[in-house]
Design a protein around this ligand. Structure first.
Ligand SMILES: *Cc1c(COP(=O)(O)O)cnc(C)c1O
Length: 230
């Protein structure tokens, strides 16, 4: 089951790369394992998955402790400043930096541990009320501020596109994030490189790849529907 779904996702990533004239190696698949139990992650690991995405600090740290060391853990969910210290040395990449206060906290905690933390800036391209992230117009001034933080490295941009029936509707969202990254690169800001574009989920990752995604975050497409316990 898991094996077939992984194979299916892999096939679709390859096809999207082919359509866009891109090399498969340009796109990292992040297996979004939130709410899934450790044995399921172990099964994915045994099938070769090494990059997992989680959206809750406690869940990420528990899974980090329980699973092999050569896994890369990506923090993809909204991050509260008071929880930064628990994941600062565990997350390979934080996708969800969306405020100066959060960036300052990451800087402070990273400095304490002598780390340089890789981050993405979360952008609310569609300006949805319900979502976190900076507006497009806020991103360059924000990056100019945090570029000087010695323990943070800005590596790219992330967006969560709206939920839509037809993934084609999100194409302009992905194209806009890509365009923003090109505009930022042109500014040649010291210490800033926005080569990572984290965009595309189960519903729309193929379109995202066609528009330049370098990381796609796929949960349901790999692991099946999530059962939320309330
Ligand atoms: C849950 C989640 C995903 C994966 O969603 P699916 O639709 O299951 O692929 C991707 N990105 C973020 C930020 C998420 O919270």
């Amino acid at each position: 089951m898991l094996e077939e779904q992984l194979r299916e996702v892999e096939k679709k990533i390859q096809s999207a790369c082919d359509r866009a004239g891109r090399n498969r190696s340009e796109v990292t698949l992040i297996a979004v394992s939130k709410t899934k139990p450790i044995p399921v992650l172990q099964e994915a690991y045994d099938l070769g998955v090494r990059v997992f995405g989680e959206n809750k600090v406690q869940e990420l740290t528990e899974k980090y402790e329980a699973l092999p060391d050569d896994i890369q853990w990506h923090m993809i969910g909204h991050l509260q400043t008071n929880k930064v210290k628990y994941i600062i040395d565990k997350a390979d990449l934080i996708h969800s930096v969306d405020s100066l206060k959060l960036a300052e906290t990451i800087e402070k905690e990273a400095a304490k541990k002598g780390l340089t933390v890789r981050i993405l800036v979360e952008v609310n391209v569609a300006e949805e009320e319900s979502k976190f992230g900076l507006k497009i117009a806020e991103v360059i001034p924000f990056i100019e501020k945090i570029a000087a933080f010695p323990h943070i490295r800005v590596c790219g941009l992330m967006t969560i596109a709206p939920f839509v029936e037809n993934p084609e509707e999100n194409r302009p969202i992905f194209a806009n994030l890509h365009k923003l990254s090109v505009d930022i690169e042109k500014k040649n800001i010291d210490n800033v490189n926005v080569s990572i574009l984290s965009m595309g989920m189960t519903n729309d990752y193929e379109v995202a790849i066609e528009e330049g995604a370098t990381m796609v975050r796929v949960g349901t497409g790999i692991f099946g529907a999530r059962n939320y316990v309330v």
